[in-house]
Design a protein around this ligand. Structure first.
Ligand code: SAM
Length: 317
């Protein structure tokens, strides 16, 4: 599959403390001067656009707490060749920023919501902010960000009771509710035994709402398979990141907040692009490296043989 998608983590900071994402006991934040500057991000994306990158997603940490995020969106949306610009956010600040983001050129949004019960949302994230997130979802729909996708990670002992309420959202709202399988990322996050495979989750949904119909599966639109509950206005999606390998369908590179390009989420391999930039490498030099990274990524469909621990907050999921 051709690599045309770059996920950019714009900060490792977050305004939530989700139990499965934020390492227990806190995490080591990157020194601020090691975080890519907005101009550096812009330069990297622009150079990647010369090499065939067409889709860019901003993530984090929480991208909406990055200062001047609207300005960054505006700059990135001006890059010829970038056809799709999206963001993955926890939605806490979305209601206040959605219109500005849309006006700046943001097209799509994924909002992470693991519970629509206020008490359990607080238990998972550490903050009683579900009402703000809900407002953010409605605002995103209102300003015309499209599609609006909801990302939910279901973990045993934490939010299994939320499978049905989350799936039910897709019946009433024009959103795609996507269930992302939990992947333990380090010894400091929730253990692997807490993972709930999507095929079990689908059974729970079908028992309640009846058989779901296929909307589409396959790689063309990323690793999710989409289905519809009968009479639903939205869809539900399954991303089986743990129960099935989709290396051959992987079309993405990741840029970490401290300027490292990771060709594979699960591999320890990375390229320190920030160092090159701060050592004053010229565009030619950087482009040669990007072409090599893309060539290798497109040639070897399975890069993850050396599975490594990583911090989701720095890489951005
Ligand atoms: N703060 C933003 C948000 O909450 O969407 C962006 C960053 S967050 C790391 C991106 C996505 O990764 C979220 O949907 C989150 O649920 C997911 N995520 C975090 N840790 C994960 C894990 N261990 N396994 C699967 N998904 C995970």
């Amino acid at each position: 599959m051709k690599t045309d998608y770059l996920r950019v983590s714009v900060t490792d900071r977050c305004n939530l403390r989700c139990v499965y994402c934020h390492p227990m006991g806190g995490c080591n934040l990157i020194d601020r001067k090691e975080i890519l500057k907005l101009e550096e991000i812009h330069r990297i994306v622009e150079l990647f656009s010369y090499c065939g990158i067409r889709k860019v997603r901003l993530t984090g940490g929480e991208p909406l707490i990055r200062r001047n995020i609207v300005y960054l969106i505006e700059k990135l949306s001006g890059i010829e060749g970038i056809e799709e610009l999206s963001i993955t956010t926890n939605g806490v600040l979305l209601a206040s920023l959605a219109q500005e983001l849309k006006d700046a050129g943001l097209q799509r949004v994924n909002i992470s919501v693991d519970s629509i019960d206020r008490k359990s949302y607080k238990e998972i994230t550490g903050f009683d902010l579900l009402p703000k997130v809900t407002k953010g979802i409605y605002k995103a729909l209102e300003v015309g960000l499209k599609p609006v996708k909801i990302n939910s990670v279901i973990i045993k002992g934490i939010n299994v009771s939320q499978i049905l309420p989350l799936a039910e959202m897709s019946i009433h709202l024009p959103v795609a509710v996507r269930f992302i399988e939990y992947c333990p990322t380090s010894q400091y996050t929730k253990p692997a035994s807490d993972y709930m495979p999507n095929h079990e989750l689908r059974k729970v949904i079908e028992r309640e709402f009846g058989p779901v119909s296929i909307v589409f599966t396959g790689a063309a639109n990323g690793p999710a398979s989409y289905f519809k509950i009968r009479n639903a206005v939205g869809t539900i999606g399954f991303i089986n990141g743990r129960s099935s390998m989709f290396c051959h369908d992987c079309n993405r590179l990741r840029l970490t907040s401290d300027g490292k390009i990771k060709p594979c989420l699960y591999s320890s391999q990375y390229h320190d692009i920030k160092k090159l930039i701060r050592d004053n490498a010229d565009d030619e030099h950087i482009l040669r490296l990007f072409e090599k990274i893309l060539y290798e990524k497109n040639k070897y469909t399975k890069l993850s043989s050396s599975a490594s621990e990583f911090d989701m907050q720095k890489v951005g999921g």
